[in-house]
Design a protein around this ligand. Structure first.
Ligand code: UD1
Length: 433
């Protein structure tokens, strides 16, 4: 169990560099299964989720090691094991993404169904339908998805929804299929483009990634390569929302500003000053923004992964904001925690009506999922007093590298409260841990 003690601040100031993208790193790690030889991935964020994916790869007989806090080397042979371990896949949904590569390489894959999660049921039906279109026979067996196909065959695949994970599963599986695959209504997130760039370097023939139609001409084999993961746009957006909510001037470095286009537009609409350069974004704010409406959508719409952080920013906005969540069915659990901090929020179905209040005040709150956790940190920083955030499942560490150190560098005071200390037994603070 882990708790964070966050002191309300009068502003955040300074510079912060973002890490490599978690949502790029995870599918690219899964995609190394398709290769043969040595791959070096740099700008890999050092995160719990990445470690889980490395454990999955090792369980498949792949050698995967950190050579530097942000560099991983991976050695893959011509064969991998075809069963992914239950304990790991149920811990992290993204580890289900190994199904496509194992199936394409070995002709047989057995991967546990990912468990439920706090932001919705998150089924994998679109992944499975896509693999079936490529000729796989798929069945459920004691909680595992079992997929078989001696050789996958290229086909036209239409996605009912532009699912990020399903687009990645089908794209990876199709690289070693016979003939051409077309994915229609594909997800267009920058992480899809990064995965396609990685695969193309390894010898795949993919065109159209980043558009709604992706074409993949199957090839016989993929080789190991060197690849640098793109910056984490969600981490960048989190620091933007924090700076806007607390006030101050923060420059977020090593980002690709084009990937933050909607977030920047929404910030400007909220009256926040945003300056962009080639690889940085500077956010200047007085602390109270103007109310705005926003609706989450697949890329290039407003990212659902920034919804909780923007909700926290809007709690103190002047006026009434309406935030609509259209991607996940139950991604509003953080709002009840924000209400405990004095936020005025009404939830109507998939919409949150947020009436801005002058100040939030500290209260003990609980983290339900990764981005909700980031949202609560922002709310706590912009509140009066010291907020105790109970991150019992270490959700925040799943997606934010060195978050305490990074916020500390901007003037925030966030401490890890040792469990013993929480029970009244003194223990040293681990500031910046
Ligand atoms: C990825 C991201 C996650 C982000 C999400 C949406 C990673 C590791 N995670 O998750 O951070 O919030 O995209 O941008 O990249 N769905 C189905 N059936 C399926 C697949 C998805 O109904 O087979 C539904 C989901 O329940 C959800 C919606 O589609 O409501 C979006 O899911 P999807 O785009 O697949 O998200 P993930 O790939 O899981």
């Amino acid at each position: 169990m882990r708790k964070l003690l966050v002191k309300g601040c009068e502003g955040l100031n300074g510079e912060v560099s973002v890490s490599g993208s978690k949502n790029s790193a995870l599918p690219i790690l899964a995609a190394t299964i398709l290769t043969e030889g040595q791959t070096t991935l740099s700008s890999i964020p050092n995160l719990l989720d990445v470690m889980t994916m490395l454990k999955v790869l090792r369980a498949l007989s792949i050698r995967a090691e950190y050579y530097h806090p942000n560099q991983v080397k991976i050695w893959v042979g011509s064969r991998v094991k075809h069963v992914a371990p239950y304990q790991l896949v149920t811990r992290m949904r993204a580890s289900f993404f190994v199904i496509g590569p194992i199936l394409a390489k070995m002709g047989f894959a057995k991967v546990p169904l990912p468990g439920g999660c706090a932001i919705g049921s998150r089924p994998v039906d679109i992944h499975i339908k896509g693999l079936e279109r490529l000729g796989a026979k798929v069945r459920m067996e004691h909680g595992f998805v079992v997929a078989e196909a001696e050789k996958l065959k290229g086909e036209a695949v239409h996605l009912d929804f532009p699912s990020v994970g399903a687009t990645e599963t089908i794209m990876m599986a199709a690289t070693l299929a016979i003939g051409e695959t077309t994915i229609n209504n594909a997800a267009r997130e920058p992480e899809i483009v990064d995965l396609a760039n990685f695969l193309n370097k390894a010898g795949a023939q993919i065109t159209g990634a980043g558009s709604e139609e992706i074409k993949i001409e199957g090839v016989k084999r993929l080789t190991g390569v060197n690849h640098r993961i793109i910056p984490d746009r969600i981490e960048a957006g989190t620091f933007m929302a924090a700076a806007a909510a607390c006030g101050g001037a923060v420059t977020i470095k090593e980002v690709i500003p084009q990937q933050l286009e909607v977030a920047i537009l929404k910030m400007k609409e909220a009256g926040v000053e945003v300056v962009t350069g080639e690889d940085f974004v500077t956010v200047k704010s007085q602390g109270r923004v103007k109310a705005i409406d926003l609706s989450t959508l697949p890329h290039p719409g407003f990212p659902t992964d920034l919804q909780p952080q923007f909700c926290s920013m809007l709690c103190r906005a002047e006026g009434v904001s309406v935030v609509k969540e259209t991607v996940f069915e139950s991604r509003f659990t953080h709002l009840n925690e924000l209400k405990r901090m004095g936020a005025d929020i009404k939830i109507e179905g998939r919409s949150a009506i947020i009436k801005g209040v002058e100040r939030l005040s500290s209260a003990p709150v609980v983290v339900s999922d990764l981005r909700a956790g980031a949202g609560l940190v922002i709310a706590a920083l912009s509140a009066v007093g010291e907020t105790l955030i109970d991150d019992r499942d270490r959700q925040i560490e799943r997606g934010y590298e060195n978050i305490l150190k990074k916020f500390g560098g901007l003037g925030a005071d966030i401490k890890v409260v040792d469990e013993r200390e929480d029970q009244g037994i003194p223990a040293p603070h681990l500031q910046g841990a």
